[in-house]
Design a protein around this ligand. Structure first.
Ligand code: MRU
Length: 369
C-alpha cells in the first residue's frame, strides 16, 4: 500500500538481490526505518523483538530466515536447527509453523548445494501467495461493506471497528482486516474506521492509524474500552478483526481484547467478522481456549509506554509504581459462537468445522473415521 505516494510492502528483497529488507515496526509511527536482514539470527531477532509482527508477516519472515540460514550452512543439521530457532521466536501465530513446514518440505529432498536457492524461491512464492490471498479476502469483505452501505443514506459512511493491526504491516500487502477497507475506499464507498489503540503495545494507535492515514481512509483512534459504548449507540456497523490462529471449529485467537469486542458486538447485534488466510487455520486444534498456547510477554510492555516527547524525541516512560507486579497475555480466544463469519480467500464461512472443512476441501474430524 502507499506511504506518501510510494507503493510499499512490509518485506522485500534488497536491491543487492539476496538480502531481505523489512520496515522496522517498533519505530513507527514516528520514524520510518528499514532494516536489512542478512542472517538467520537477524531474522529471529526481527520476529522476536516485533520489528515484524502479525501472523502472515511472521510466516513470510521465517521463510526468508530459513533461506538466510541455508546460505550459511545448507546441511540437514543446520536446517533442523534453523527451524527450531525460528519456531521459538513467537508461539501463537500458526503461520510460522505453516511457512516453515512448507519450505522444509521443498528443501529436505534436495542436495545441500541446491537448498539456498530453492528456499529463496519458496519464500518468494509465500510472499506472492500472501498478497493474492489478502486481495481475495478484501474482495469478499468488500461485498459485505457494499451491502451495509446500500442500506444507508447516500454518502453516509459505513462505520467499521477494528482491533490491533491486521493491516498491510501485519501481512506482506493489503492486510487481512484492512483489505476490505482499502478496497471499499478505493471503490468509492465512504467508510470510517474506529481504531482501538490496543494496549499494551498500541499496534492500533501506532500502526493501523499510520496505515489508514497514509492511504487516505477516514478513521478515529479510540481507547480500547470505548467499543461497547459506540456499539450501544448504533455507531458501529461492522467489526473486522484479524486472527493469529483459528481452530478448525472456528474459535479465533487474536490480539488480547478481541474477545471483549466480540461479546459487546453480540450483545448489540453488530456483525463481528474475522478476516484470515487459510494458512492461519490450525486444523489440529478444535477448542481454542484449552488448546492454543498464549504468548506471555514482558512486564515492561504494560508498566511503561512509548511515545514522542514535546522535544520530538521518542521515549519510554513508566506509568505504574516501580516494581508493580504485572500480568501480560498477548492474545485471547473468541469462541466460534460469537463470530458472525470468517472472511477468507475462499469466501465467507460460518465459524464452524463443517463450514470450514467444506470451504477448504478437508474432511471433518468427526467424519474422518
Ligand atoms: O502481537 P502482534 O502484533 O504480532 O499481533 C498480531 C496481530 O497483529 C493481530 O492479532 C492481528 O489482528 C492478526 S495478524 C493479521
Amino acid at each position: 500500500m502507499n506511504v506518501d505516494g510510494v507503493a510499499y510492502r512490509s518485506i522485500w528483497v534488497n536491491e543487492d538481490g539476496w538480502s531481505v529488507d523489512i520496515i522496522d515496526q517498533t519505530r513507527l509511527p514516528h520514524i520510518f526505518a528499514v532494516n536489512n536482514l542478512q542472517t538467520l539470527e537477524q531474522a529471529c531477532t526481527a520476529i522476536h523483538d516485533m520489528q515484524v509482527r502479525g501472523a502472515p508477516l511472521i510466516g513470510a519472515t521465517a521463510a526468508y530466515g530459513l533461506y538466510l540460514a541455508m546460505r550459511d550452512d545448507p546441511s540437514d543439521a543446520a536446517l533442523q536447527g534453523a527451524c527450531k530457532r525460528l519456531l521459538a521466536t513467537r508461539p501463537t501465530a500458526v503461520n510460522l509453523h505453516w511457512a516453515l513446514a512448507r519450505v522444509t518440505e521443498v528443501l529436505l529432498p534436495l542436495a545441500p548445494a541446491e537448498r539456498s536457492s530453492a528456499a529463496f524461491i519458496e519464500a518468494d512464492k509465500i510472499i506472492a501467495l500472501d498478497i493474492e490471498t489478502n486481495h481475495a479476502i478484501g474482495a469478499h469483505g468488500l461485498e459485505l461493506i457494499r451491502q451495509i452501505a446500500a442500506a444507508k443514506a447516500p454518502g453516509e459512511a459505513v462505520n467499521i471497528l477494528t482491533h490491533c493491526n491486521a493491516g498491510w504491516l501485519a501481512t506482506v500487502d493489503w492486510g487481512t482486516a484492512t483489505a476490505p477497507m482499502y478496497q471499499a475506499h478505493d471503490a468509492g464507498i465512504p467508510i470510517h474506521v474506529w481504531v482501538d489503540e490496543t494496549r499494551p503495545r498500541n499496534q492500533g494507535a501506532s500502526l493501523t492509524t499510520w496505515e489508514l492515514g497514509h492511504h487516505g481512509i477516514a478513521h478515529s483512534l479510540i481507547v480500547d474500552n470505548l467499543g461497547g459504548h459506540l456499539m450501544q449507540h448504533g455507531m458501529v456497523d461492522l467489526c473486522l478483526v484479524g486472527s493469529d490462529r483459528t481452530t478448525r471449529s472456528g474459535d479465533v485467537c487474536n490480539k488480547i481484547g478481541t474477545y471483549l469486542k466480540a461479546l459487546a458486538a453480540k450483545d448489540n447485534n453488530v456483525p463481528f467478522y474475522v478476516c484470515l488466510p487459510g494458512s492461519t487455520i490450525d486444523w489440529t486444534s478444535s477448542d481454542g481456549v484449552s488448546e492454543i498456547p498464549i504468548e506471555r510477554r514482558a512486564d515492561s510492555e504494560v508498566s511503561t509506554i512509548s511515545g514522542k516527547l514535546d522535544n520530538g524525541q521518542v521515549a519510554n516512560v513508566a506509568i505504574a509504581p516501580d516494581a508493580t507486579p504485572v500480568t501480560n497475555y498477548a492474545f485471547d480466544v473468541t469462541p466460534a459462537r460469537l463470530v458472525t463469519g470468517l472472511i477468507t480467500e475462499r469466501g465467507v464461512f460460518e465459524a464452524s468445522e463443517t463450514s470450514l472443512a467444506r470451504g477448504f476441501g478437508r474432511q471433518c474430524s468427526d467424519s474422518a473415521g
